[in-house]
Design a protein around this ligand. Structure first.
Ligand code: HEM
Length: 502
């Protein structure tokens, strides 16, 4: 009798325990949010341009909003105050990254930095970046490469100006920034050509895959079917990238001429096989060859398109606002003069240029939803319960349009709003965080800012720009396209006229 009663008693206790847990969980208040459908949750509400959709939803449900994407609990943050809570006040809890099938494949099993969880391995990578790869001294040491690449572009555009040809500005900017990234990181340019790397299509595919919405991450039942074909594509491009990276690493290892000295890969290889951490659970203690490839791929992906996207948007806004363009050129005329090109040392004196760039980042943050974070434990913020493993989306695009933080004219491109303001891009002012903020903030910010500032200053200083005949500023197509970054869907074509006296 007693032996029969025991299992029944145990079952009853377990059932009661789960019932209690369920009640307890129900009593905790999740943030408000729209009703979700079975299986897909709120996925159907995120089509096309998710940053815009989420901004609209937040107007109804508030700055801390709960969604269910498939079976994944998700919190969307849409005000500067809420972003500060997540990225600063409780940043130790929100350091995690949600796992994704495609990014896992692309990044050698999350062995890079951007998609790895916030443990000891990630901390060592961040330290390597801060102290060696992207330190201020290192960023400055790339000055000659920047000058050379920009010099080539000025020559090409000058030739187009003489021939009265239209220039595909978007393509030129993309080419230049891609080449610059590859030169700084791999010591090689990325153009197609005889002995040059043709990385462009591969990186483009990596960025497109990393930015795509893989249904299987949200509805795991669909995983084995790979309905969107993303896993298949990820495997193909991963193999191709691995081959290229292996080749470049071998070249670096075998080189006796010193021509790769100082590029990022050279610096990473110099610390390969040295202990990184003695506290890593599932990642190697040494920076091994696989980790080297993963981090190099992260750096190339982070830098390849992001700066060119910002420059493209800025150029387009300058064409829509001749007054702003004239004021910027006037500043360049005064600070630099018409007898020489812009030098990096001029940049700190170009305050209006700084305002123009901030205004572009406000309206067009290249990562409109940053990279998703993840709660590493249960937490309560602002009276709302956020369970462990909740995906956290910070809508940086919406923060730039927060009427309380800015003004009613948030949709207008108006650099002057920064004239008497201390608001900066560095991650301390939560209404403007295109590079994120805090410990997960972008480690490449200084490099990106110097590249962007120098490029824009040089192009606006050396040339006057006009729209091709028959087009007016109101014809400019400002449609957005979202991949891993928010880019302009249509290229910008302009006619240059050389304006320097030398
Ligand atoms: C305009 C240019 C750039 C923008 C707007 C940008 C923006 C961002 C953003 C929003 C994040 C995610 C922050 C978060 O999750 O909270 C990020 C992370 C990252 N960025 Fe950038 N980035 C730019 C350029 C660069 C460059 C030039 C590099 C490297 C050479 C780089 C490397 C990275 C890496 C490795 C991460 C991952 C950091 C981590 O997860 O710990 N980025 N970036």
């Amino acid at each position: 009798m007693e032996t029969l009663d025991l299992p029944i008693l145990l079952t009853a206790l377990v059932t009661l325990y789960y019932f209690f847990l369920l009640l307890h969980r129900k009593s905790k208040k999740l943030p408000p949010g729209p009703t979700s459908l079975p299986i897909i949750g709120n996925l159907h509400q995120l089509r096309d341009l998710p940053h815009r959709r989420l901004h609209c939803l937040a107007k109804s449900y508030g700055p801390i909003m709960f969604l269910r994407l498939g079976n994944k609990p998700t919190v969307v943050v849409s005000s500067p105050e809420a972003a500060e809570l997540v990225l600063k006040t409780h940043d130790n809890v929100f350091l995690g990254r949600p796992k994704g099938l495609v990014t896992h494949l692309l990044t050698y099993g999350d062995r890079g930095m951007a998609f790895t969880e916030g443990g000891a391995y990630w901390r060592s990578m961040r330290k390597l970046c801060a102290l060696q790869l992207l330190s201020p001294a290192k960023v400055e040491s790339y000055g000659p490469a920047r000058r050379e690449e920009l010099g080539r572009l000025v020559e090409r555009v000058r030739a187009a100006a003489v021939a009265r040809e239209v220039v595909d500005v978007s393509a030129e900017v993309g080419e230049l920034m891609g080449n610059l990234s590859c030169r700084l990181i791999l010591g090689r340019r990325s153009n197609s050509g005889n002995d040059e790397l043709d990385l462009k299509p591969l990186i483009h595919e990596v960025l497109s895959l990393a930015g795509s919405f893989n249904l299987a991450d949200y509805v795991p039942l669909l995983g084995p079917f790979d309905l969107q074909g993303l896993v298949r594509r990820a495997k193909v491009v991963h193999r191709a990238i691995d081959e290229v990276l292996e080749g470049v690493i071998r070249e670096h290892e075998q080189d006796m001429t010193g021509k790769y000295k100082g590029d990022l890969l050279d610096t990473i290889l110099s610390v390969m096989d040295h202990p990184m951490t003695n506290n890593s659970q599932d990642k190697p203690d040494m920076l091994d060859r696989t980790s080297v490839k993963a981090i190099v791929l992260d750096l190339i992906s982070g830098s390849y398109e992001s700066s060119s996207t910002v420059i493209d948007w800025t150029f387009s806004e300058l064409m829509r606002s001749p007054r702003t363009r004239k004021r910027l050129q006037q500043e360049l005329r005064t600070v630099v003069g018409m007898n020489r090109m812009v030098e990096e040392s001029d940049l700190p004196k170009l305050s209006y240029l700084d305002m123009v760039i901030k205004e572009t980042f406000r309206l067009y943050p290249p990562g409109p939803l940053l990279i998703p974070h993840e709660a590493t434990e249960d937490i309560e913020i602002n009276g709302y319960y956020i369970p462990k493993r909740t995906r956290i989306i910070v809508n940086a695009w919406a923060l730039g349009r927060d009427i309380d933080a800015w003004a009613n004219d948030v949709e207008e491109f108006k650099p002057e709003r920064f004239a008497n303001s201390s608001v900066d891009l560095k991650g301390q002012d939560f209404q403007l965080i295109p590079f994120g903020s805090g410990r997960r903030g972008c480690p490449g910010m200084n490099l990106a800012l110097i590249n962007t500032r120098l490029f824009l200053a040089q192009m606006l200083h050396c040339f006057d720009w006009e729209l091709p005949e028959g087009t007016s500023p109101s014809d400019l197509d400002m449609t957005e396209e979202v991949g891993l970054s928010l880019s302009k869907a249509k290229h910008l074509f302009l006619m240059p006229t050389y304006r320097l006296l030398v």
